[in-house]
Design a protein around this ligand. Structure first.
Ligand SMILES: [Zn+2]
Length: 527
């Protein structure tokens, strides 16, 4: 329960009812009004709260904490109105069976509340001055009113922050103001997005959008050092916003905690001056490229693969080539590897994310960037860099002379893969018509066991050497972790004439969904 209180919190929280016989730990956080801030003597303070929204968002934060951590209950009280020095401004309490989870949840709650809730603080100073302090809506969902930036002036603190950059004759105070008024969106806050965002924030890009719907996983950290191991399971968009705001308090951050789709792309990207493609999946890359062409917004794209990276800049002007000039259709899933399957050296996306930030910053400052008809390729093993020429294709389906893609239709962003079957709704009878083959490696099988005794296991690494007798008159269902490797093996089988072979959509999770629906674990396979 999240509450806003006009009376002192000590009286409110006396009977908070958090303790129970099950709770082995109660962790509390208490925030007080202090007598100074940034060298100024504070005499009193006022909190202005947008009550209905704060209560709604505050309760969302508490619900998220309960979902993410093994805790029993959580409560938070926040003061509003005028407070004297030493008065309690905020109280968070978390009860849990174990102290670790209680500590983590308590930290999560206070951090998210500071970041997301529409609560503003006004300090009154001993010298008679007063000022609103950015303690409330430091980041959040897009809010045009709150996002208005005065880029006509730089404060003394900003001049000090950017002084080494302002010293450059190509930047100066005017360049810094251009950066301050710019709005850049990074789609993806992972291996490419987190370094790109870090340097864009540090450079003083005034409004940064973060479009990311994933939560932090342990396997992200080797290439996404903006995050911390202790934050696994938490929304990356919110974590990134918090870090960036800590780095540079003079910028605005907008969180788009959702997947970019044909349905929402226009609304999300049209508010920005420059887009950064920091994703690793084809449908979103094509969607962003089409958005850049159709809505005439510059785009900086990067892709990484093992020890190599590519960089491309698209600026909407005559003769510029887009992604579909090179690939008119989205390639088949699995025709190239992504980070999860093929692996990537952590520093490769780090460097390419920074290159994306560099191109965006130069573009804002009017400095030379990579041309829209070039692709830069850099190999970290040989340290060879090459720039390939790419010309605009007049027959391109989106930027050509007679385009067929003129709006965002979902069917234009589906990977070309007809061999994937959605088996969620399969009955036991339908399922038993197939021979089911698990092509995951042993470590993956151990990590995510599928309790289904009738699976045959042939790891991808031994698949091609296997003597398993595939025959043309049988039907096969292959699955891996996500359905990408199994898709590739199915295409291989089909090229050998085994046409009744299919890959399970969404891999092991797809099969599990079917097994759960049918509530069985054993099936006799027609051998
Ligand atoms: Zn094109």
């Amino acid at each position: 329960m999240f509450s806003v209180s006009q009376i002192p919190l000590e009286q409110v929280i006396l009977k908070n009812g958090l303790l129970s016989q099950e709770a082995g730990a109660l962790v509390t956080f208490e925030g007080f009004v202090r007598c100074h801030n940034e060298g100024k003597e504070v005499v009193t303070l006022e909190y202005d709260v947008f009550d209905s929204l704060a209560i709604k968002e505050g309760n969302c934060v508490l619900t998220e904490a309960k979902e993410k951590f093994s805790i029993l209950d959580a409560k938070c009280f926040h003061r509003k109105g005028k407070l004297a020095i030493g008065e309690m401004a905020v109280w968070v309490g978390v009860s849990a069976g174990h102290r670790d989870e209680a500590f983590k949840a308590c930290k999560y709650i206070i951090d998210e509340i500071k970041l997301r809730l529409p609560i503003w603080k006004k300090e009154y100073y001993a010298n008679g001055d007063s000022g609103w302090i950015g303690c409330g809506k430091t980041a959040g969902e897009p809010n045009k009113e709150a996002d208005k930036i005065d880029a006509t002036a730089l404060s003394q603190n900003e001049i000090e922050f950017y002084s080494r950059q302002i010293n450059l004759p190509q930047v100066g105070a005017d360049g810094q103001k251009k950066l301050k008024s710019a709005k850049v969106l990074a789609v993806g806050a992972g291996g490419l997005g987190s370094p790109a965002l870090t340097y864009l924030a540090a450079s003083g890009v005034g409004t940064l959008g973060i479009c990311e719907f994933d939560t932090l996983e342990a396997s992200n950290l080797h290439r996404q050092p903006i995050y911390a191991h202790a934050d696994i399971g938490i929304s990356k968009a919110h974590l990134a916003a918090k870090e960036l705001k800590t780095l540079n308090p003079f910028i605005h951050l907008r969180i788009h905690n959702e997947k970019l789709t044909a349905a929402n792309v226009r609304n999300i990207v049209q508010e920005y001056d420059i887009l950064l493609d920091c994703t690793d999946n084809f449908p979103v890359k094509f969607l962003l490229s089409d958005a850049a062409v159709l809505l005439k917004i510059p785009l900086v794209q990067a892709s990484v693969y093992q020890f190599e990276g590519q960089l491309k800049v698209y600026q909407p002007k005559e003769g510029a080539s887009c992604l579909r000039c090179l690939w008119p259709k989205i390639p088949e899933a699995g025709c190239t590897g992504n980070c999860a399957m093929a692996g990537v050296l952590g520093v490769v996306p780090g460097v390419f994310g920074i290159l994306q930030a560099a191109e965006a910053v130069k573009m804002i400052l009017g400095l030379p960037t990579l041309s829209s008809n070039e692709i830069l390729i850099f190999d970290f093993l040989s340290y060879r860099m090459k720039t390939l020429k790419q010309t605009a294709d007049p027959a391109c389906p989106v930027c050509g002379t007679d385009p067929t893609i003129i709006d965002f239709r979902p069917e234009n962003y589906i990977e070309a893969d007809t061999a994937a079957l959605d088996i969620k709704e399969f009955s036991p009878g339908e399922l038993t018509a197939y021979e089911i083959i698990d092509v995951r490696e042993e470590s993956e099988r151990r990590a995510k066991p599928v309790n289904f005794d009738s699976c045959i296991s042939i790891a991808t690494s031994v698949f091609e050497k296997t003597s398993h007798p595939f025959t043309k008159d049988k039907k096969y269902l292959l699955f891996c972790e996500k359905g990408i490797r199994s898709g590739r093996l199915v295409r291989d089988l089909r090229s050998r004439g085994i046409l009744q072979s299919f890959s399970i959509l969404n891999g092991a999770d797809g099969l599990k969904a079917c097994l759960k629906k049918n509530a069985f674990t054993k099936v006799k396979v027609l051998a």
